[in-house]
Design a protein around this ligand. Structure first.
Ligand code: IMP
Length: 469
């Protein structure tokens, strides 16, 4: 087999080629009349298939050395990515998970909303531990800034209840910042931090926000919105972040033309996608695979390898329907063993069995080539395991993920029982070494979501990862 460095074989050949599969080594296999060929992958994406927290950071960290650039393209400081390197544990919120390798460039693209205080704290935290993020980090001038009024608005609207339940946001100002991005009039982008009319802009927005927010926010919260102080804060941010701000859109397009390899790091999970998730109990960005191009500026034709990441069970933080949730000792057992507490907010995560209806939906939506199944070790000590294979909604059995949160709330999971393996698998390093029942569990999940399993994870360390392709 030869490695054909052309990026798009369909463009340079009249011979029809069939895609056979992509793997973790940045190669897509095609077959044509001349036999099998391999071509170099331009952009690989790592996408969460559940409600976030699928351990995407670990996978990105492992794949990063095979790439030149890691790109965060949506979400903001609501995300919490944990990367474990040796005995060191790094918790990242904005900064892409490739930051620990000095030879890799890390890009925060236009689709991310940046909270500068938090970003600066993250940078300083890394510097205090000997990492030098200022050398290999770029932030888009087009990215929007989470401003102090967005926190006030997030807290105020989070107190409101939709259909008897609060969204339970992370209170990081994410929704209000995206709302202003779409509304345009009151938006602040990174590039605005350097503009001559920044003081006027801030004053105008603060005046408007104090009026708009007065029916919702507490007077003490409104008092914090002081235009002069916010302006001074913006100047401090621009001084700290100035050297990192760049036109990342053109940078990425240039690097792709030059043959560089990109790793696109999704935040949150596909079920939290603003358009395709469990609306309104979602985040405010396209957290599924459909968001990669829009958020990064990388055209879809370059994206040729999509890895879906799911835990071997399910978790959710915040409000919203969760059919396989376990409000019992089993749920608590998963929470305890899996240390299921939010990286960003510390909130206990809701835990439940693997939901194959939901993951089949998101695997198709995100167009994944293969699955990375995480946290297999957490299920080590169970006599039996359950996988949701269908829902029962108003007496009818359905296998299609419903579009209304209200319907999902009424869906009762139809479970298939599988035998547990009752054996610690955290030391397993080869597929053959998994207990038979664990192999059966993996195979059944793959079958139910119609996607091959390409990666298995049995613990937080880099070595606790088994690559199958
Ligand atoms: P927001 O993104 O802060 O607006 O929160 C909206 C919903 O998304 C809430 O239910 C959050 O708990 C959830 N959420 C946001 N970011 C994450 C994440 O990184 N992991 C898991 N859930 C998240």
């Amino acid at each position: 087999m030869t490695l054909d460095q052309t990026r798009d074989p369909l463009l340079d050949s009249k011979v029809l080629r069939f895609r056979v599969g992509a793997d973790c080594t940045n190669v897509v296999r095609y077959s044509d009349l001349n036999g099998f060929r391999e071509i170099s992958v331009a952009a690989t994406c790592v996408i969460g298939l559940q409600w976030g927290d699928e351990a995407k950071g670990k996978l990105v960290d492992l794949l990063a050395p095979r790439h030149d650039i890691v790109v965060r393209y949506q979400g903001g400081a609501n995300a919490g990515h944990t990367v474990v390197s040796g005995k060191e544990v790094y918790k990242l919120h904005h900064i892409p998970s490739g930051i620990l390798s000095s030879s890799i460039m890390n890009v925060i693209a236009p689709g991310v909303v940046i909270e500068p205080n938090m970003l600066i704290k993250e940078i300083e935290g890394l510097e205090a531990r000997g990492v030098q993020p200022r050398k290999n980090l770029m932030i888009s001038e087009r990215a929007h800034v989470v401003m102090p009024w967005h926190f006030v608005e997030d807290r105020a609207t989070n107190r409101a209840v939709i259909a008897g339940e609060s969204i339970g946001t992370t209170n990081r100002g994410i929704g209000p910042c995206y709302r202003d991005k779409v509304g345009r009039t009151h938006a602040v982008r990174i590039t605005d931090l350097y503009s001559d009319d920044l003081r006027t802009k801030i004053k105008e927005i603060v005046d408007a926000k104090r009026i708009l927010l007065s029916p919702l926010a507490e007077p003490a919260e409104l008092e914090t919105l002081d235009a002069d102080k916010i302006y001074d804060q913006c100047i401090a941010w621009s001084k700290s972040l100035g050297s990192l701000a760049a036109d990342t859109t053109n940078y990425l397009l240039d690097e792709l033309d030059a043959g560089k390899k990109l790793l696109m790091e999704g935040a949150q999970g596909s079920l939290l996608d603003i358009d395709h998730g469990t609306f309104p109990f979602v985040t405010s960005s396209n957290a599924s695979g459909v968001g990669v191009s829009g958020g990064s500026g990388v055209p879809a034709r370059w994206i040729d390898n999509v890895i879906g990441v799911a835990k071997a069970y399910s978790t959710r933080v915040g409000g919203g329907p969760f059919p396989t949730e376990l409000n019992d000792a089993t749920g608590q057992k998963i929470r305890d063993i899996g240390r299921e507490y939010g990286t960003t907010t510390g909130r206990p995560r809701r835990c439940g069995w693997f939901d194959a209806v939901a993951v089949r939906y998101t695997a198709r939506l995100s167009g994944i080539h293969y699955l990375s199944l995480m946290m297999m070790d957490v299920l080590s000590h169970f006599d039996e395991l359950y996988v949701c294979v269908a829902y029962e909604l108003h007496g009818e059995r359905i296998t299609r993920f419903p579009c209304r949160a209200e319907d999902l709330k009424h869906c009762k999971p139809v479970y298939e029982k599988l035998p547990g393996w009752n054996q610690d698998v955290s030391g397993v390093r080869k597929l053959e070494d998994f207990p038979l029942n664990a192999r059966k569990y993996i195979d059944r999940i793959s079958e139910l979501i119609s996607v091959p399993v390409g990666v298995l994870s049995v613990g937080p360390d880099r070595e606790q990862t088994i690559f199958l392709i």
